[in-house]
Design a binder for this molecule. Structure first.
Ligand code: SF4
Ligand code: FES
Length: 289
């Protein structure tokens, strides 16, 4: 099987690395709420072929790489190949300086959320055969780019911690080994909200978060939902969290655009959870901003 890498060529990369992606035609489509073009190819059609990926490059520490650009790589296709597999191949075989995060390779750690063909996706969960070529791979929009596909997640983590994402119940069961039981119905209620892997895809897709840096964002609100609806959590703490959520940059900022729900790789009904928390806030306080 012959493999080759095209000479990296400069593409029409935006000047401001923080705003990359948001300016691409695909991103423009997404802003309008539409899905980007996506074809599903029979993987056997690609066997023996190379796939063309265009990868965003930026390195503020190397003078020659401070201007954002896209590099082209042609990667030999293998059945089941994911976007992460393709960028790993490009790094291992063509350019060891290509930088990105990954760990579990099975949609659990949340570290490889990229902007692929104009949509936030987990690299390890996205099949190359399902994408139009060339496959354009960029860092998550609306976050500061540290290098290549790596973005600074500090603000996202700060927002997550704002809602105090841990149990704080006063009444613990007697005895060290005693379980803290939950009814089946309550488990069903919170089940989806517990699936969050902190990948940041939802926050990156949210127009409100892009314009309001203080907005808690869908992931943090979902995390608050997870505890707000859990029958084992302390009632006073639930009220305390609700007060955090109904602040000016909390749930009332959400304009139910569903972009977060659309991109979440764990299929969490984020917009629905935000709406439910708005209703809870109304029941408690009737406070609007
Ligand atoms: S809610 Fe979904 S998209 Fe948002 S951080 Fe969690 S897993 Fe990722
Ligand atoms: S590598 Fe862990 S979620 Fe993709």
């Amino acid at each position: 099987m012959s493999t080759q890498q095209a000479e990296p060529e400069s593409q029409e990369a935006p000047k401001d690395p923080e705003m990359q992606g948001a300016e691409s035609p695909a991103a423009e489509k997404q802003k309008g709420g539409g899905m980007v073009d996506q074809t599903s190819t029979d993987a056997s059609e690609l066997e023996g072929e190379t796939v063309h990926i265009k990868v965003f490059r930026y390195d503020p520490e190397v003078e020659a790489k401070q201007e954002p650009r896209f590099d082209d790589f042609h990667v030999p296709f293998e059945k089941g190949m994911t976007v992460l597999d393709a960028v790993m191949y490009a790094r291992d075989e063509y350019d060891s300086s290509l930088t990105f995060r990954h760990s579990c390779r099975q949609a659990v750690c949340g570290s490889d959320a990229f902007f692929v063909n104009g949509k936030q996706r987990l690299g390890c969960k996205t099949q190359i055969a399902d994408l139009e070529q060339p496959v354009r791979i960029e860092p998550l929009p609306h976050q500061e780019v540290v290098k290549d596909l790596v973005v600074d997640m500090d603000h996202f983590y700060d927002q997550m911690h704002t809602v105090e994402p841990y149990f704080q119940q006063e009444d613990l069961p007697d005895g060290e080994l005693e379980e803290q039981r939950q009814s089946r119905e309550n488990r069903e209620k919170v089940k989806m909200s517990t699936r969050c892997i902190w990948c940041g895809a939802c926050m990156s897709s949210c127009n409100i978060a892009a314009g309001d840096n203080e907005y808690l964002g869908p992931a943090a609100i979902n995390k608050a939902y997870r505890f707000a609806m859990d029958e084992r959590e302390d009632e006073e703490i639930k009220e305390h969290r609700l007060r955090i959520l109904e602040q000016e940059h909390g749930v009332w900022r959400c304009q139910t655009q569903f972009s977060c729900t659309e991109v979440c790789p764990k299929d969490i009904p984020l917009t629905e959870h935000i709406q439910e928390l708005k209703r809870e806030a109304v029941k408690k306080n009737l406070k609007f901003w």
